[in-house]
Design a protein around this ligand. Structure first.
Ligand SMILES: [Mn+2]
Length: 200
């Protein structure tokens, strides 16, 4: 069965159309209307090998916050939908990704139980502005929204870094790389659900 999902979500704050294919090659077509976020979501698709299309707009004249958060919610929902009953996946994965001086580690469990722990951000990261509109605080907000709506456990650790752009990009790439392996079919357990309780 195709592991794909398409979700359209419209609220008074944003409009999001998102499609993904877990068994893709990392092909992306991203227009979030938030330039820095385009860069991050393109990296997420590219390095997870999840084909990802996003067309979104919202009340970015107020702040990019609503649109950024809502896209993360929809990405999480689409991930959950595409995974179905999670039969045959590797389930656990981790990835540690550098970007020059920055180093981020993501650990995921496609568990069906939403949880997110982020640690190690340098002091003041949450107040940094990237691309003139995207704050460091939004990175954790996006990680939390994805994890909670996908129903996965995500630990994101910033192990090193000084430049906020580098840190954010390392975090998105680490998530991408961990997701790639966690959602990938494990040929040794074809058709089986990787859980002792028989469901995820
Ligand atoms: Mn929010």
């Amino acid at each position: 069965m195709a592991r794909t999902a398409t979700i359209v979500r419209k609220t008074s704050e944003s409009s999001v159309e998102l499609s993904l294919n877990l068994d893709g090659t990392g092909k992306t077509d991203i227009d979030t209307s938030v330039p820095f976020y385009n860069h991050m979501m393109t990296a997420l698709g590219k390095h997870s090998l999840i084909d990802l299309t996003i067309k979104a707009h919202g009340d970015t004249d107020i702040d990019v916050h609503h649109t950024v958060e809502d896209i993360a919610i929809v990405f999480g929902e689409a991930l959950k939908q595409a995974l179905g009953d999670k039969r045959g996946i590797r389930r656990f994965a981790d990835a540690t990704v550098p970007l020059d001086e920055a180093l981020a580690k993501a650990v995921v469990d496609i568990s069906g139980r939403p949880y997110c722990v982020c640690s190690g951000e340098p002091a003041g990261y949450e107040f940094c502005m990237m691309g003139g509109h995207f704050t460091g605080s939004l990175v954790r907000h996006v990680m939390e929204s994805i994890a909670l709506h996908a129903g996965i456990c995500l630990h994101m650790q910033v192990l090193a870094g000084r430049d906020p752009h580098h840190i954010a990009e390392a975090e998105f790439k680490a998530l991408a790389r961990a997701l790639r392996f966690a959602v990938e079919p494990d040929p040794r357990i074809e058709g089986l659900i990787p859980s002792t309780k028989g469901s995820l």
